[in-house]
Ligand binder design. Sequence first.
Ligand code: FES
Length: 695
Amino acid sequence: MTTVTGLGTPDDMHPLQQRFVDAAGFQCGFCTAGMIVTASTFTESDLDDLPRRLKGNLCRCTGYRSVDDALRGVGNVGKTCGKAFGASHPAGPRVVTGTEPYTFDTVVDGVLHIATLGSPHPHARIVSIDTVAAEQLPGVHAVLCWRDAPQFAYSTARHENREEDPDDTYLFDRTLRYVGQRVAAVVAETEAQAQEACRLLRVEYEVLPFVLDPDEAAAPGAPLLHGDKGPEARIADASRNLIGEVHGGCGDVEAGIAAAAAVVRGRWQTQRVQHTHLETHGAVGWLDDDGRLVIRSSTQVPFLVRDELCRIFGLERHRVRVFTARVGGGFGGKQEMLVEDVVAAAVLRTGRPARWEFTRADQLTVAPCRHPMRVDVTVAADADGILTALAIDVLNDGGAYGNHSASVMFHGCGESVEVYRCPNKRVDGRSVYTNNRPSGAFRGYGLGQVVFAVESAMDELALELDLDPYELRRRNVVVPGDELVAAHPEGADLGFGSYGLDQCLDLVRSAMSRADGPPAPEGPRWRVGEGMALAMIASNPPGGHIADTSIELLPDGTFVARVGTAEFGNGTTTVHTQIAASVLGTEPDRIRVEQSDTDVTTHDTGAYGSSGTVVAAKALHAAAHALRDDMAKWAAELAGEIRADQVVRDTFGFCGRRSGFGKDVSDRVLEFVGRYDEVVVLHVVLVSIQGGDIA
Ligand code: FES
């Protein structure tokens, strides 16, 4: 059998592997080895039937278009202007040859395996656990349960400001609030031994009343999930299962409805959705030679995981390192700490390396999913199609724990309503506990659910008014000078930076009227229609987003950029390389990016909400500029007799590049260094960018 490593190496790629690099035919790359192996068996005629021929190869990231391009030999890299911006992904050759290591693609000698016992009940209290038989099973090193858990409450959700989420979770809880919640964990020599020991655990449960429907959970008399918790947990109202709520608006919605020519009222319900990143949640940990706890995890937030592990286990920051290799997809799901806490507990208890990797079944049954929302919308307009009232009432099923639930609800209730100008708005939102599996962060962070409802209502209003849906939106979108109003009449914490909403709508309209998109599928099973929806997203979390970056010129004339943000298919490594190369006037292959390691830089809030580009990359941009300026100054001082501006021009070739001068910046500086018998050129600039400052 030939695997992808048998087709080629990073230095000697098979033509098909080269095509995937040239087409940027991958994002996280977790599926890419399989894609390439399958495609390596194709004949020319298979290209006419790719959906069927590739049906056994699932990709969660790319949408298949770039895969299709790769298989047809279409190149996508280097089409934009400038050599720096034509850079392909630095890891490309390794991804397509199967040599890029993901979380578990590393050998950890002596690693132990973790398995967990899940709750069979949606709501129960553990009366007793008998662990003796499990502990006596050969190969078992430890059994962990609520008796071993630090009495420190936290949230699996990770934000810059940890207080955005309620502290309602324990490493192991004596009260179980959803089916599958971990009751105990076994640490053993093999996975089979750990699973076998889990079956030997004897647990006596006191079964408690449960509630699965969010409307019932919010009603008086419903079983309470966290009624035992006080204000320190930061739950909005534990006596009503209320994780968080928002109520507000502007004007008079009833008056707006009374004055309208058309009114639409409706209810839209969205379902639970799993991220299904191909690399499941998982982490492996060990103690290094200095006895420091090291966790290698598939996470979007290594720094925030490190900080919370320190709190849970009472460790100082410098005693814990968390890092991530390339992550096989996240989509918001890895803005949680789901496994690292148990892995850390296992390592600290046994002193041995330990690993825990979610199965696909775990992903689909216990990992947090997108919040199901029930959204009631009322929207009204006058005869000219000008909105007179817009109201939403959102009920958000947070599941058994409050991770992300309040902020997802706040966010979903924000831009979905702010994007329209309307004098009378009303927003009511509640996020409630139920005994369902926890919900969590997911692409769009609540907006997908609410936008779906608001935009569906807008379409129905257009039908009522006999107006083109495009025209209805064009007449009602916010314009510069408007307040961005949702729940608060004084406006949200958003303002206008640039504006292109009207042009965007016009472009969509024009593209739709040209009807030059991909051909519609044919056949009796297909019904073809077209529609439009409008969405705006502000990706910056209210607590801010912070990235510290540095960039250093090495004696060999290359640069190393250090960033905290993780690469999980979002392309930030490429973007960071392009930006640094562009600012420094050098080739992309002279930039090496070190990333997502708490030992590499001081802090990064995490890779979500496009922050790898808009925050970390901006920090790197500033660092590269600072390095460039300092190098120019330094070179000018060395040059002495030469006018500083001349040195800058000669050294960096900024003007020269335009006139064809263009010698590489690092070569020029090293030339100066050589002239003055200096042997070290080194400078580090550390820049913090707080996302909230970016307009
Ligand atoms: Fe295919 Fe990520 S690139 S799953």
